[in-house]
Write a protein of this length. Sequence first.
Lengths: 260, 409
Amino acid sequence: MAYYKASKDPTKDLRERLYVPELLRGLGITARHFFRNLFGTRDTNLEVVDRKGLSLVSTVQYPEEKPIYPEGYRGLHRLVPREDGKPRCVACYMCATICPAQCIYIEAGEYDSAAPEAESRVIEKYPTKFVIDELRCVVCGLCVEACPKDAIRMDTGTHAKSAYVRAGFALDIYDETGKPELLRGPAVSHPSDPWNRRDGSEAPAHPIKEAHTRLGEGDVRYTREGHGHGHGQTPALPASGHKVEIDTSKQIPVTKFIKQ
Amino acid sequence: MNTFDDYDPNPPETDELEAHLQTKRMVVNLGPSHPAMHGTVRMRVELEGETIISADPEIGFLHRGFQKSCENVTWTQCLPYTDRLNYVSAIMNNFGFLKAVEKLLGIEIPERAKWIRVLASELHRMQDHLTCVGAIGLELGGFAPFLYGIQGRELIMDRVSELCGARLTTAYGRIGGLNRDLPEGWKEKCLKSLDKIRELCVEIDGLLTKNRIFVDRMRGTGVISAEDAIDFGFTGPCLRACGVNFDLRKAKPYWVYDQIDFDVPVGENGDNYDRYLMRIEELKQSDRIIRQCLEKMPEGPVMVDDWRVAFPPKSEVYGTIEGVIAQFKLVMEGVQVPAGELYDATEASNGELGWYIVSDGGGRPYKVHVRAPGFPILSGVPRIIEGKMLADLIPTFDTINMIGGEVEQ
Ligand code: SF4
Ligand code: SF4
């Protein structure tokens, strides 16, 4: 039975033609809600689906109660600091390139090689300006995914603050007073970071989980043994029947990237 | 018709009571900012008394240049734009677009990704139908069904935001699979929400389906014959309400719809009441599909393992030069889609959501055209409504469930 007839003609139904029974049934439904809500106390569990008790009210009284943002919710951006408080960002422009709203503006600078903070010299480039126009941002999360340094995240669980002028939504690393603006939140460190490598040490093989936690993914069930370099030669993926078929007989044309 | 020319300022006294009321055609603008015109559509209605002589839907107030915008960005960057087409069921737009691109690429996505895509699509189909049914109730004077519908929709939005990180603009899925797997503990929450939504649906059903006032306003109004519906290009619940059994999920199963046991409701009268019933029934069927998905979903990766399509795993990006280069190439050049063109369609909540995409072999679309299901349906409204009463326009406009975002692109 792939398709079934679903149209009804309630006007032929005696119960319906009597008018009153259905009227009372409808009244019953609304009355049930009314009295349960009137006499029951509202469960204030923020996870609305878990609410129990007599009352059927499922609202969250906003300014007093704030709904929980799930893990991995795309909120306001932050530039992830390193443990020494500097941004992890290396000004590679990947986020600015992939941003469909073109709302990230970066100006790169170079650490002075003679600078005393020797650790900063492990990476030479850093952003002197990193502005996100939160009004243009479409909150798609592509920048987070594109960043090769885990330097930008949207895990703050907040929104852009309101402002009276448009410029108030263009957030920089530091605001005019020098207070960190985009640069906030807990520092993040990966074993693969250059400043964490010691002489002669190999980059440790990370479980894939490390990469996924920043998106707030929990249910990652598969890990990869070893590193697979190159295109699709990685062993040890469970045989789930997926295959990749791309015609490689012809040369794959390359488009030039032009930033309009 | 009387005109002012033959208006006699001093009518013979004897005739006054028997004389016809002087009528004159009147043009009424419904919308663009009218709560009953979903989205911003302007309907220019010519009335004679309460009878509609002609109706002329005018679209474009929400035009954003979707198709042209897509030509300036890479295939991946189009994805957030597709959220804004049918904003009540954004995930279906995401996946429809991705499916078309993947077909042109010639890649098969992993099994688990297919199941999750079906699951998420059906969640959003429920969301769309709940909104539609609730709005019908609201606009025909019953506020309670609207509240219950929105309550159900809110539960779905909560689950969706856990799934993809946003309530409305989902941007879920990537070319080659999905960007995220199901979060931990999501299945149980989803099942709990489904139970709750089922209860709410029973209540909406109880309030509306047999309510005499509701039935009298819905049955036999807004009728369109099956032939007309096909000629206009109706698809989805609006077509099936006319008795045509056409559903892409059955006619041309994609992803794993052929492995799922579900039925498709078909009506017979093509009136507002049948269109409403289709949605109520489809809610039950979607519920069935989601439960099966949650049960049968296999384990495994959710993204193809090909670095020309998918970003390498972050451990590779952070730690190895190959990973970084693959990542940079994907970001800067986009996924290289082989030159060619194709039309591909999925069954979205309001009908066939078709994508005609052309690639010149580069990282950016040469052309993206979207066949929005609401567009042909909206164009059929004048045919449905002309010669009928003004009061029928509102239920008709509700049940066709036109979404401004996708019609006006
Ligand atoms: S979330 Fe999307 S729109 Fe916003 S800055 Fe990141 S890439 Fe740009
Ligand atoms: S935030 Fe990440 S992607 Fe953006 S410039 Fe910095 S390192 Fe590159």
